[in-house]
Design a protein around this ligand. Structure first.
Ligand SMILES: CC(C)(COP(=O)(O)OP(=O)(O)OC[C@H]1O[C@@H](n2cnc3c(N)ncnc32)[C@H](O)[C@@H]1OP(=O)(O)O)[C@@H](O)C(=O)NCCC(=O)NCCS
Length: 204
């Protein structure tokens, strides 16, 4: 399962026309010597719960599910649901492993195999922000989607005031396609969101 990085535009266009295989995302993606993505596993339920529990205020600002994870059992149930989604080809959630520690999550919240499209989501423990970790992880996942899985379109939805995440979209060269009003309910208010996307022919 080696990844193929295509640089030639002509080759990319051939890939677009290629018969599409329904291949699931790979469970492990290597990024560099100290950064890897591993599919979320129930074995790490306590570590994952503690990471969320220690970062509630940071995560709650932009993520709507934080209050639903009140115990290790809640996290275990969440992980089980992600594994079930994976087996049905609906998405994947990865642990971000940095220097051997789980420091956050990234994943495909949805996959639309019929249209060869997917939507990314991510978060990082506060103390690991500011180092480019999410940008690297997102770039690796995007390339995996395009070059290994033959997806065509990679989407990110981000709240209009979430500047750190908007910067990630910009660093990845994603295009702003529009603004959705009242897109997400965040505990006590709706927030508008921007829709960013990139297709395989746009990446360089
Ligand atoms: C969104 C979130 C993951 C972004 O984290 P982040 O650390 O800003 O993003 P990155 O890991 O890509 O790091 C980028 C920062 O590292 C710096 N950096 C250092 N080395 C870098 C490198 N080699 N490459 C890119 N950036 C680098 C950048 O300058 C940038 O800092 P800046 O914001 O001061 O400009 C984080 O804020 C978070 O978890 N927020 C809460 C949850 C959330 O909002 N999730 C997204 C919902 S859409």
């Amino acid at each position: 399962m080696q990844s193929t990085i295509l640089t030639d535009t002509r080759e990319r266009r051939v890939l677009i026309g290629k018969k599409f295989n329904y291949e699931l995302p790979y469970p492990i993606l290597m990024i560099d010597d100290n950064l890897e993505l591993h599919q979320m596993t129930i074995e790490h339920k306590e570590e994952l719960f503690l990471l969320i529990d220690n970062n509630r205020n940071h995560l709650r600002k932009w993520l709507p599910w934080v209050d639903d994870i009140k115990s290790v059992l809640d996290e275990e149930n969440f992980i089980k649901s992600t594994l079930n989604d994976y087996s049905q080809g609906r998405g994947i959630h990865y642990e971000i492993v940095y220097d051997g520690q789980i420091v956050g999550n990234i994943g495909l919240n949805w996959i639309d195999y019929n249209n060869r499209s997917c939507g990314v989501g991510y978060w990082l423990a506060e103390k690991y922000t500011g180092n480019g970790i999410i940008t690297k992880c997102c770039k690796r996942l995007m390339k995996h989607c395009f070059y290994d899985l033959n997806f065509h379109r990679f989407v990110l939805e981000v709240a209009v005031n979430n500047t750190p995440s908007i910067k990630v979209a910009n660093r990845l060269g994603m295009r702003l396609e529009g603004k959705s009003l009242d897109r997400e309910w965040l505990y006590d208010h709706f927030t508008d969101s921007f829709l960013y996307a990139i297709t395989i022919v746009e990446i360089n």
